[in-house]
Design a binder for this molecule. Structure first.
Ligand SMILES: Nc1nc2c(ncn2[C@@H]2O[C@H](COP(=O)(O)OP(=O)(O)OP(=O)(O)O)[C@@H](O)[C@H]2O)c(=O)[nH]1
Length: 320
């Protein structure tokens, strides 16, 4: 049979072995128990802190959620968890033996404790640094995956998925505001001949050059350059009228042509060029993504039929 005294010593020994901090406060918030975990993480021994108010020992806890939880536990007798989330750790505790390192991340539970008619309060502090680090890494990883899922792997500009999502969003915004919105669809002329002559790998390099040129020509933050498919590109131009979009399209066409990227002998010209179709939102006409794309696509093929290396506006097909 273990005596009461021995049980008490055992409890104190077990408390000191716990892999978490334990503090017990009396009704006046004075520290009556402070285990070894707390000593090694705070640099303050039990003899130094016992008898003092927790909020004198850690003045920064005044006004904190830990103080609110302690006051509430002593008043209503309910336990509370102080979740840290991604905020600053409440107690100034560091890894054992490192008093100038980073604060350990903490999960804090505050529970009422009744003893001989008095209400005390027990605070448990767990080191959750590993969990929070992993959570941060997972969040960063998820964010980078999300960003990558909107980028075209070859050219580095936005992909078709991002284009579809943005066109949908911008069209709904244009519907609400009645504001202008234009779409450009662009296609590299005679690209089959380019690939046949220079090989697929150089074809890829050509696609990258054109994509980067296109992205650099779009100056407004809301403009979106995307690879629409194969050798086809698209640009979404919010707050841009058909006339302004025609100007942007012409500037892109000229920019690519002026680079004088050598083309295949079988191509329509000795340098790489673009055909571009332009369509603009109208409240009662081109007011859906599919309608706007169809109109820009028709204009693009009108540009092809008209001889390539040109810009055609939707509804103004120049060919007979
Ligand atoms: N190198 C490379 N070629 C691609 C890629 N995607 C599509 N293409 C090629 O782009 C070419 C497109 O050819 P077509 O659709 O016949 O059109 P075109 O030769 O450009 O002729 P026009 O559009 O009428 O001027 C095909 O040969 C495709 O193989 C790609 O990712 N890399």
């Amino acid at each position: 049979m273990i005596s009461t005294d021995t049980s008490f010593d055992l409890a104190a020994g077990a408390l000191n072995l716990l892999d978490c901090g334990v503090i017990v406060l009396d009704g006046e918030h004075r520290i009556v128990l402070w285990n070894r975990w707390m000593t090694t993480r705070s640099g303050r021994s039990s003899t130094r802190v016992c008898g003092q108010s927790l909020f004198t020992v850690f003045a920064e806890l005044r006004g904190s959620r830990v103080e609110a939880a302690v006051l509430a536990a002593l008043v209503d007798g309910n336990a509370r968890t102080v979740s840290q989330g991604l905020e600053r750790a409440p107690f100034p505790l560091r890894e054992a033996g490192s008093f100038d390192g980073a604060r350990i991340e903490q999960a804090v539970t505050v529970s009422p404790l009744r003893e001989g008619g008095a209400t005390l309060c027990m605070i448990e502090i767990r080191d959750v640094s590993g969990t929070i680090d992993r959570e941060r890494q997972l969040l960063e990883h998820a964010e980078s995956l999300r960003a990558r899922s909107y980028v075209d792997g070859l050219t580095g500009i936005h992909n078709r998925r991002y284009f579809d999502m943005t066109l949908d969003r911008e069209l709904r915004r244009a519907q609400r505001n009645g504001g202008p919105l234009s779409l450009l669809l662009m296609d590299i002329d005679s690209f089959k001949a380019y690939n046949d002559h220079f090989g697929h790998q150089q074809g890829d390099t050509c696609l990258i050059t054109v994509a980067q040129a296109l992205a650099a020509m779009l100056k407004r933050p809301a403009d979106v350059a995307a690879r629409y498919g194969g050798e086809e590109f698209a640009a979404i131009l919010p707050d841009t009228t058909a006339e302004q979009a025609a100007g942007v399209a012409e500037a892109i066409r000229l920019d690519v042509a002026k680079r004088r990227l050598a083309h295949a002998p079988a191509a329509h010209k000795d340098h790489v060029t673009l055909s571009i179709g332009v369509a603009s939102f109208s409240k009662d006409g081109l007011n859906e993504p599919a309608l706007l794309i169809e109109a820009a696509d028709k204009a693009l093929y009108a540009a092809k039929r008209g001889g390539r290396d040109r810009v055609v506006m939707a509804g103004t097909d120049p060919s007979p």
